[in-house]
Structures are given as structure tokens and as C-alpha cells.
Write a protein that binds this ligand. Structure first.
Ligand code: FAD
Length: 591
């Protein structure tokens, strides 16, 4: 049966050497977040993840969730794990101190979150959404609302949800129809939401739903959407939870994976709700939550791949099958070159994806807390550019990595016994919710590249190219990585420049090339971080650091990425420069 141990050493390397914990620690807001403290936090989180949360993963998959007496029931083991989680204050680790959290960097929150996600993806969605909802309320709610909701949410006594989707409004949120009618200082919400993650459950006394709805007479489309906080139970004057409000789960979905996460159809019948932010600015307010969730879901791609990798590696060491050159007798399958290729594809991608996600998290800390306004703007531009890349690239890649995890197991991967199949099934949702890959790619190309004439992307490419000098310092030892990165940059720069000079030739071009450009950017960003990892590891080896095997493995893994992964950049560029002609050529009947 599948076990999970958080790769704390890998995480610390990414947090310190690549995401720049020391720079984050220098921000006045994070003066307490010293490397020693962060290390201690990661160690403690790793223990909770391994001992308490990970054992619930198979249980959730097998038991699933159901509705009883009109309310959702989740496995009792989930509630027990949640109690330990909240007792340790983990839900508020990266929430601001003003909101009742511990005020640690987002970067640290991400590393810890990766552990919960690896341990049990379905369960981890509950704290993920609660934290996002609390952030949106903190950023956009008025003083009364903040005082009413934030304490219990950050403490974990109440959880939060995100209610966007309706049957006719999926990617197209402008089609949302749920209505909000003014009622004194509050509103009455009526409508139906579908696919609401953790929309109801029996782990806490109350749930705060953040709901996109339209006040009667509001403009059509997204410009007429407002955001409301709707409690499952009405909140009494003393802050306690009272009577049930007019919101209830109608059903939970039967689905491919994340069985332990209740995906609810929710009915709102004149439910009391409080406006969050300004009227008709709901989508902008919801974006606080959605951006948090997009980074979080991108991280899910890393986390589920890591869990799949750990299982595949353990199996490959154990399973004896066939003969390998240079070995006497039958060997464990880790000796076969093709199995090693699969394991290295997993390992190198996971390290690259983790680093890109953490680097983006550190940029978010600088974007919020850097003392200098220009620096804050610069970091924010990087976060904006990389968020769809983290979401889209990491989750798309997780599909092939969890598939490889299964492949390493052979037939034992396809049957449910080993857990490899669960990771594959659980990973599948990550490219769909929180904006499909198509939507991320459109955002990347439309809002993040074309809107600023490619400036943010060119700044990123310049930063990536700057690593060349560090690689050159190490001469031939890092020569392959240097060549791979330079080539990847050339492909990305050329593809972006083709887009910038061609997009207005045909309105279908941006949409037709968006996926390939997103994947190309992810691959090059991953190669960038692997190159930086190789430089950091080489520096450590040159300084005679302990742990030589760890650093040597870093360099070999980065070389594998440069040799075997980076070449796909050429293919993506070619696909992009083919434009939209063929994509758009078939009539509907010809499909
Ligand atoms: C398990 C699960 C949990 C979920 N949790 C939540 C939740 O907590 N809260 C919530 O509000 N929602 C949630 N969702 C809903 C989820 O966010 C939507 O399913 C998703 O946004 C896609 O919407 P859709 O299913 O209507 O697909 P559609 O929008 O119909 O998309 C279908 C296909 O068309 C493509 N497409 C659509 N429009 C465009 C376009 N403009 N350009 C290019 N391609 C396009 C999509 O990429 C996709 O491939 C959840 C869904 C699931 C399955």
C-alpha cells in the first residue's frame, strides 16, 4: 500500500536555493521567517502529512462521500485528520497576522501545501479553498464582514467554498444567472451552482460560500457579477453559528477521481448573503481567490506527481524481472534503462515544476510586501505571467507523469491495489477545474503576452538568459545544460516574436497556438530552474559541501532535463509557427 514521505530536502533546496528564501526573509513583513524556522516548520508538516493525512488517502478513495438527511457525509477519518490539522494552526500558516494567521510567507505556505496535496489530494482541497475564500474576504470584504468571518475561517472552525459554475456557465462566467435581491443591509441569493468542491460536509459547524451572482438589473456578462458571502448556518450576534440558511446540497457527483472530495450541486433558495467588495465588481474580487486557487491547483500537479513518483520508485527497487547488462542473475526493474528513463522523466519534471511554482510563490511575497512600489509592480507582472504557466503546464505534465508512474508498475499499476491508479485518476481533474488548460492558455497569450506587447515575457526570457554566465563558470561540466537552455530560450523568443507579428493576420491565431506556447513557456521555465539548480549544486560541490550524492544527482537530473525534455521546445515552436490555417480548415461536418 502506498506510503508518502514529504521530500523535505528537495523542498528546502527549492525554497532556499531557487525561490530565494533569504530574500523573502529580508522583507520586513517576513523578518521572522528565518531558514531555521522554515526548516523546522517543514519537518513538522512532513510528519503530520505522513502520519495523519496520508493514511486517509485510500480510505477516501474507497469510501467516497454521500448525502444523508440532506447533508454531505465524508469519511470519519477525514474529520479526525482535519481536527489535528486545525489544532496545529496549519490552516492559517500563510494567512496574515491581522486575519488571525501566522503571517508566514506564501512561499512557505506553498511548500507545506504541497505536502497536504501529496498526502491526500481530495482532502487538501478543503483547506485550499478555505484559505482562498479567507483571502478574498480579507482583501475585499468590509470591516464588519472581516470581523465576522475571518477569525473562524483562518482558525479552521469554518471552511470556505468557491461558487462560480452553473449548468450554462462553466468557462463562460458571463452566463451566470444566480440572482441576488437586496434585503436590508444584506441580500437574498437564489439559484443553482454545480460542481462545488466541499460544498457541504460534516467536518466543521459552518461553511462560508463565496457566490458569484447578479443583482436584478445589473449589466449583462461579467460586468454585472457581484460576490456574496453566504453562510451555511446563519451567524448569531455573538458570532456563533445558528439556524440553517437557505442553501443546501442537492447531490454529490460520482466521478473519476478525488472521491473523498464532495463535489456538490448546491441549491440557493433566498439564502441570506453579504456583499463582498463593490456591486458588479464580483469577478475582480473572485480573482483574488481564483489566482490563489490557480497556483494551488498548479501545485497539485507537482504534488500528485511526487506521490506517484515515490510509489513508482519503491516498486522499481523491489520488483525483480529480467536481466540487465553488467548484472548477475535477475535484477530489480530499476536496472532497466527504459525504467530509469521513466523515473528520470518523473523526477526531473517534478523538480522543475516544483521550482517554477515556488519561484512564483516567492514573487507573490515580493509583489505584496516589497517596500519599493516599482519592485512590487515588477514582481506582480512576473506572478501574472507565470500563474497560468504553473496551472497549465504543471497539471498537463502531471497527466503524463502519473501515467508513467502507472507504467513503471506494469499490470500492478493498472489494478487498484498499489495506489498508482488512484494517483492517475486523481490527477485528471487538475487540468479541468480552476479554468481548463484552454482557458489558462488563452489568458497567457491574450492577457499576459499580447496585451503588453510581450514585455513581461521578454523580461522573463532575459532573466533566463542571464543564467548563462553562471553556467559558463562551470565550463564543460554544465555545457549540455547551457546549450539546452540557450536553445530553449531561442525557441521561446522566436515563437513569441512570431505571435506578436502574426496574431492580427487572423483572429484565430492566438487561440490556435495558445496551448503550445503555454507548454513551451513551461518547459523553458522548468529548464531555467533546473539550470539554476545545477549551478547551485556545482557551487556546493566546489565548496566541498556534505551530501555530495544529493548535489551530484541534481546535476545529472538537470542534464537529463536539458537532453531529453528541452528538445520538445523545437516541436512546440514549429507547431506555433504553423499558425491557425489547418486548425480552422475543416468544416464542422468534416470532423
Ligand atoms: C471535480 C470538480 C470540481 C469542481 N470544483 C468547482 C468549484 O469548487 N467551484 C466552481 O465554481 N466550479 C468548480 N468546478 C467547475 C470547473 O471549474 C468547470 O468544470 C470548468 O471551469 C470548466 O467548465 P465546464 O465544465 O462548463 O466546461 P466548458 O466550459 O463547457 O468547456 C468544455 C471544453 O471547451 C473548452 N472551452 C470552453 N470555452 C473556451 C474558450 N473560450 N476558449 C477555448 N476553449 C474553451 C474548455 O477548455 C473545455 O475543453 C469543478 C468541476 C469539477 C469536475
Amino acid at each position: 500500500m502506498s506510503n508518502y514521505q514529504a521530500p523535505v530536502k528537495e523542498m528546502l533546496f527549492a525554497v532556499k536555493e531557487l525561490a530565494g528564501l533569504a530574500d523573502v526573509n529580508r522583507l520586513p513583513a517576513f523578518a521572522d521567517a528565518t531558514p531555521d524556522l522554515v526548516e523546522a516548520i517543514l519537518d513538522e508538516a512532513a510528519q503530520l502529512a505522513a502520519d495523519v493525512i496520508a493514511p486517509t488517502n485510500t480510505i477516501g478513495d474507497e469510501k467516497g462521500t454521500h448525502i444523508e438527511d440532506g447533508r454531505v457525509r465524508v469519511p470519519a477519518e477525514f474529520a479526525a485528520a482535519y481536527r489535528e490539522f486545525t489544532a496545529g494552526g496549519w490552516g492559517g500558516i500563510a494567512q496574515s497576522a491581522e486575519a488571525g494567521g501566522q503571517g508566514l510567507p506564501y512561499l512557505v505556505g506553498l511548500a507545506v501545501e504541497e505536502m497536504w496535496q501529496s498526502a491526500n489530494l481530495a482532502w487538501s482541497l478543503c483547506p485550499l479553498l478555505s484559505q482562498g475564500a479567507a483571502r478574498a474576504i480579507e482583501d475585499h470584504g468590509d470591516e464588519v464582514l472581516r470581523a465576522l468571518l475571518l477569525g473562524p475561517m483562518v482558525e479552521g472552525r469554518w471552511t470556505g467554498t468557491m461558487n462560480l459554475t452553473e449548468p450554462q456557465a462553466g468557462s463562460d462566467l458571463g452566463a451566470v444567472r444566480t440572482l441576488a435581491r437586496p434585503d436590508g443591509d444584506a441580500y437574498r441569493i437564489t439559484g443553482q451552482k454545480i460542481y462545488i468542491t466541499w460544498g457541504d460536509h460534516d467536518m466543521t459547524e459552518n461553511v462560508i460560500h463565496l457566490v458569484l451572482a447578479r443583482v436584478e438589473g445589473a449589466p449583462e456578462g461579467v460586468k454585472g457579477l457581484s460576490l456574496f458571502a453566504v453562510p451555511k448556518r446563519l451567524i448569531n450576534a455573538d458570532g456563533s453559528s445558528g439556524e440553517l440558511n437557505g442553501v443546501r446540497p442537492i447531490s454529490v457527483e460520482h466521478k473519476l477521481g478525488i472521491h473523498g472530495s464532495p463535489t456538490c450541486v448546491m441549491a440557493y433558495e433566498s439564502a441570506l448573503g453579504y456583499l463582498v467588495g463593490e456591486l458588479n465588481r464580483g469577478l475582480a474580487c473572485m480573482f483574488t481567490m481564483m489566482n490563489h486557487a490557480r497556483l494551488g491547483v498548479g501545485l497539485e500537479g507537482v504534488a500528485i506527481s511526487e506521490r506517484s513518483y515515490q510509489d513508482a520508485l519503491a516498486y522499481a527497487r523491489d520488483r525483480v524481472q529480467g536481466y540487465a547488462p553488467g548484472h548477475q542473475g535477475r535484477v530489480s526493474i530499476i536496472h532497466h534503462p527504459d525504467v530509469r528513463r521513466m523515473l528520470l522523466a518523473m523526477k526531473s519534471h517534478i523538480e522543475a515544476m516544483r521550482a517554477v511554482a515556488y519561484v512564483t510563490g516567492a514573487c507573490l511575497d515580493h509583489a505584496h510586501h516589497h517596500p519599493d512600489a516599482d519592485s512590487r509592480a515588477r514582481y506582480q507582472a512576473r506572478v501574472d505571467l507565470l500563474t497560468p504557466v504553473v496551472k497549465g503546464w504543471c497539471t498537463e505534465t502531471a497527466q503524463s507523469l502519473t501515467s508513467l508512474g502507472m507504467q513503471v508498475h506494469g499490470g500492478m499499476g493498472y489494478v487498484e491495489e498499489t495506489g498508482a491508479a488512484q494517483h492517475y485518476r486523481d490527477a485528471r481533474i487538475t487540468t479541468i477545474y480552476e479554468g481548463t488548460t484552454g482557458i489558462q492558455a488563452n489568458d497567457f497569450v491574450g492577457r499576459k503576452i499580447l496585451r503588453d506587447g510581450g514585455h513581461a515575457l521578454q523580461t522573463l526570457i532575459a532573466d533566463i538568459r542571464a543564467v548563462d554566465a553562471d553556467l559558463a563558470r562551470h565550463g564543460d561540466a554544465l555545457g549540455t545544460i547551457r546549450g539546452g537552455l540557450a536553445d530553449g530560450c531561442d525557441q521561446l523568443a522566436a515563437a513569441a516574436s512570431w505571435l506578436l507579428t502574426s496574431y492580427d493576420r487572423d483572429t484565430s491565431i492566438p487561440g490556435a497556438v495558445a496551448y503550445s506556447l503555454l507548454m513551451l513557456a513551461g518547459t523553458v521555465a522548468g529548464g531555467w530552474q533546473m539550470a539554476r539548480a545545477a549551478v547551485a549544486a556545482s557551487d556546493r560541490l566546489a565548496a566541498d559541501a556534505d551530501d555530495r550524492e544529493f548535489y551530484e544527482a541534481k546535476i545529472i537530473t538537470a542534464r537529463f532535463f536539458a537532453e531529453q525534455i528541452m528538445p520538445v521546445a523545437v516541436a512546440y515552436r514549429q507547431a506555433i509557427e504553423s499558425g491557425s490555417d489547418t486548425v480552422m480548415a475543416l468544416s464542422e461536418d468534416q470532423f
